[in-house]
Write a protein that binds this ligand. Structure first.
Ligand code: C5P
Length: 222
């Protein structure tokens, strides 16, 4: 690429949903398409970065210059993210990670019960991937996302602080024309004492503008 703003910078991006198995044929997941994360990966590549995408199950492709590691569960994604820490300069957590997984994965397909109308699945908390990346001793520059339906700024800033992030990109998912599964998005980006607004446009353009902000903040910080 002509733009070499991020030459020699290793960017790792989590993208898509995770799948938490219930039994060999069933799982718990969400509607994340992976489009935002994959757009960010392309934007980083276009700025000369070395890019790795840790992808949950999505129906999207990447150019061959991008390293892709496919995972299913939050725990798989967590393990891969921590294993790549030593070579990560910028970590962008775009994945819609399942907050909970089933406590026990049944080894055989669960049978429909004839004697009862309800069954119970016990869920346990998954690790918080970006919080763990951000608390590592050799922590990279950390960028998180916050999908909110209300009080966007307050919740996003709370996550920035609690997860020890450098930047957080917040979007209002109560607006139907942006975010989850849409081709468009609008973001407000918060650093500790800064705010940037990216107006409603294609995820490709949002990704380009967000990467420009990330690159600038990363270079000021390091
Ligand atoms: O707390 P919440 O899930 O809203 O935070 C969203 C941010 O945290 C996103 O950047 C998401 O990718 C990241 N996250 C994570 N691991 C989790 C849950 C969320 O990395 N288990």
């Amino acid at each position: 690429p002509k733009d070499q703003t991020l030459a020699d910078v290793n960017v790792v991006i989590t993208a898509g949903p995770t799948q938490e198995a219930i039994d060999p044929v069933r799982y718990i997941s969400n509607h994340s398409s992976g489009k935002m994360g994959f757009s960010l990966a392309n934007a980083a590549l276009n700025m000369g970065a070395t890019v790795t995408v840790i992808a949950g199950p999505v129906n999207l492709t990447l150019p061959p210059e991008i390293n892709r590691i496919d995972v299913k569960s939050a725990r798989d994604m967590h393990q891969v993210a921590l294993a790549s820490l030593a070579t990560t300069d910028i970590f962008i957590a775009c994945a819609a990670v399942a907050d909970y997984r089933t406590e026990n994965v049944h080894t055989e397909k669960m049978k429909k019960q004839t004697d009862t109308d309800s069954i119970t699945l016990t869920l346990v908390k998954n690790p918080d991937i970006i919080a763990d990346v951000a608390s590592a001793s050799d922590r990279p520059f950390c960028v998180g996302f916050a999908a909110e339906t209300n009080d966007v700024e307050a919740y996003a800033k709370g996550k920035l602080e609690r997860k020890n992030l450098d930047l957080i990109a917040a979007n209002d998912v109560s607006v139907g024309t942006q975010g989850f599964n849409s081709d468009n998005n609008a973001l407000t980006v918060f650093a500790k004492n800064k705010r940037f607004d990216i107006g409603l446009t294609s995820k490709k353009e949002v990704a380009k503008q967000l990467l420009t902000i990330i690159a600038k903040e990363y270079q000021q910080h390091s």
